[in-house]
Structure formats: structure tokens, C-alpha cells
Design a protein around this ligand. Sequence first.
Ligand SMILES: NC(=O)c1ccc[n+]([C@@H]2O[C@H](COP(=O)([O-])OP(=O)(O)OC[C@H]3O[C@@H](n4cnc5c(N)ncnc54)[C@H](O)[C@@H]3O)[C@@H](O)[C@H]2O)c1
Length: 324
Amino acid sequence: MTRILLTTTSYQDIPGDHHKMLEESGFEIIRERGPLTEARMLELVGDIDGMICGDDAITAAVVDKALPRLKVISKYGIGLDKIDTDYVEKVGVPLTFCPGVNHTTVAEHTFALMLALFRHLVEEANYTRDGKWTRLSGHEIMGKTIGIVGLGRIGREVAIRAKAFGLRVVGYDIYWPEAFAEEMGVERFDSIAEVFKEAEILSLHTNLTAETENMVCAESIETMKDGVVILNCARGELVNPKDMAAALESGKVGGYGTDVLDVEPPPADHVLLKAKNCIVTPHIGSRTHESVQRQAGMATRNLLNYFNGKPAEAQANKAPWPSA
Ligand SMILES: NC(=O)c1ccc[n+]([C@@H]2O[C@H](COP(=O)([O-])OP(=O)(O)OC[C@H]3O[C@@H](n4cnc5c(N)ncnc54)[C@H](O)[C@@H]3O)[C@@H](O)[C@H]2O)c1
């Protein structure tokens, strides 16, 4: 019998048609609660034919152990940074993913973090819950300059919303979306460093790569405006956690709103969990009913299409795909 490893929790926890679709396949489903470590993945793979995975460690060693039985990996989501994509392609295992289904939801979460920081929302709600009427003064976002690093699907949705809030929008991307930027009035900067210097609000929306890892660190923070508010709904590794905590403590960075950490889930003593002016949410940027249903539907169709010899909706590598 075809055996499928399913690790993503939002897929499993949120109702929707994807459950029926997967059930009707007749496949045996092995359910785990990810993100899984390499050690746990090594225990699980070997006699599974396919995966619907989240941010689990899919290293070369995991792929080697999974072969020859593993036929297809369906990544639930868009970020492929926990997968050894080069190796997966080299050994010829098709990898699919889900672009274009969660960008609006993640952009909304970015604004939730931004507005919460500017209006001390978490602190104030905690005061009133404690029976206190402690009134802090916030700041408007209107008229401020937001710098968006990475104008891909999510970055562009953030730009659209920023314009609606009356912000000046500047940005940088290695592939500049000319027509979009022109239409929305997004100013093009020549480098990440230029954006860092100009932004009063900085929003990170690149993939995690060797170039983007650790891009926000003591050295780059030094070049930024005093009191800059930084938002991260992309990947925790883009930001150096210790440097960020120090900059929050000193006030150089006025606030850090992040949905992602370098270690997820974090250890109890992670330096950002109790940092000043810091809001951390547990990687829920795309976890809305609407987005999960779109994403789970796409991840399931990608997987089932492989076994039914139909085209993938979005293949992330060039490994051979079966035809009907
Ligand atoms: N918090 C969440 O739940 C959540 C959900 C979805 C996606 N994400 C993350 O958000 C990020 C963006 O997702 P997306 O859907 O917009 O992806 P995308 O591929 O559409 O956009 C990423 C953009 O970053 C740009 N980029 C890559 N390297 C760059 C560099 N060195 N300098 C400047 N720009 C660079 C790319 O050209 C691209 O336009 C990814 O890291 C993804 O993993 C997080």
C-alpha cells in the first residue's frame, strides 16, 4: 500500500476539503506533528512513498534513507530552506510546493505585528486584563517610510497595504517587479543596504539563502535609523537574535515584530522571547482557515497528481514527473 508521511500541524488541525481528498486516495497516512528534526525524519522514512511536509529537516541523509521507496515530496508552503533541494533534484525525486496561496494572509499578519508595535497593543491589553487603566502613547504609521526587502508575492501584498495606510514605500529585490512598482508607486533602491538606511519601518520578505542569512546583525543595525521598527514574517535566520535583543535593549531598534525564529520551537531561554519591545508569534503568518485550506488543497493535489500521472500544479525542481 502507498504510504504517505504527513507532518504539518495546520493541515491536520484545520478543517477543510483537503482531509476528504487525502482520505479518498486510500493511501495509508502516517501522521506526525512537525517541524521534525533530522533524527526523527531518519526514524520515519524508508518505507514511505510520499510526503506532505512542512519545515522538517529533509537533508541528504534523510533522502538517502528514504530511497528507493520515496517517490515525491510535496512541500506544504513556499519556503524550501529546510530541504536539501540540490540533493533532492540530483537523486531525481520530484519536489512540489505551493506558491501564490498564502501571500495575502502573511501580509495581513505583517500588519498585525506592525500596528501592535506602534500602538503598544499587547502591553495595553495585558494592563486592562490586570484591571489597570495604564495609557501609553503610540505613534501613527501614516507618512512613515517602509522599506520592503524582497518584493515577491508577500512583499508586494505588504506594499499594497502600506500604500492604503498612507506610507511611503521603498524597496529592493534582486528581480525588481517593474510594472507592479510603477503602478503602486514603490521606489526602487539599489541594494539592501540602501533600504536599511532609509527605512523607519523595515519589513523582511526574502527567501532564506546564503546571501540573506543574518542580514540584520549588529553591523547592519548600526546603519539604520534610530528607533526603526523591524518586521519579520519570512525566516528567523535573516536576523541575528542576540544582536537584535541588544539593539532593542539600547533603543536603537524601536520594536521587533517577528513570526519566525532561528530555532522553532525556541528553547525557553531564547533571547528574543522576553526582549524589550519585541512581539513574537509562533509561525502563524499563514495559519488562517482561508489560507490553510488553499495551501493544503494545493499540497494534496500536488501529491495525488504525482500518483495519478497528472501534472503538478507547481513543481519546485526538474526531477522527472510521470505522465499519464
Ligand atoms: N510566516 C509564515 O508563515 C510564512 C508563510 C509563507 C512564506 N514565508 C516566508 O516568506 C518569504 C517570502 O515568501 P514569498 O511567498 O513572498 O516568496 P517569493 O519567492 O514570492 O518572494 C521572495 C522574494 O525575495 C527575493 N529575494 C531573494 N533573495 C534576495 C536577496 N538576496 N535580496 C533581495 N531580494 C531577494 C526574490 O527575488 C523574491 O522576489 C519566504 O522566506 C517564505 O519562506 C513565511
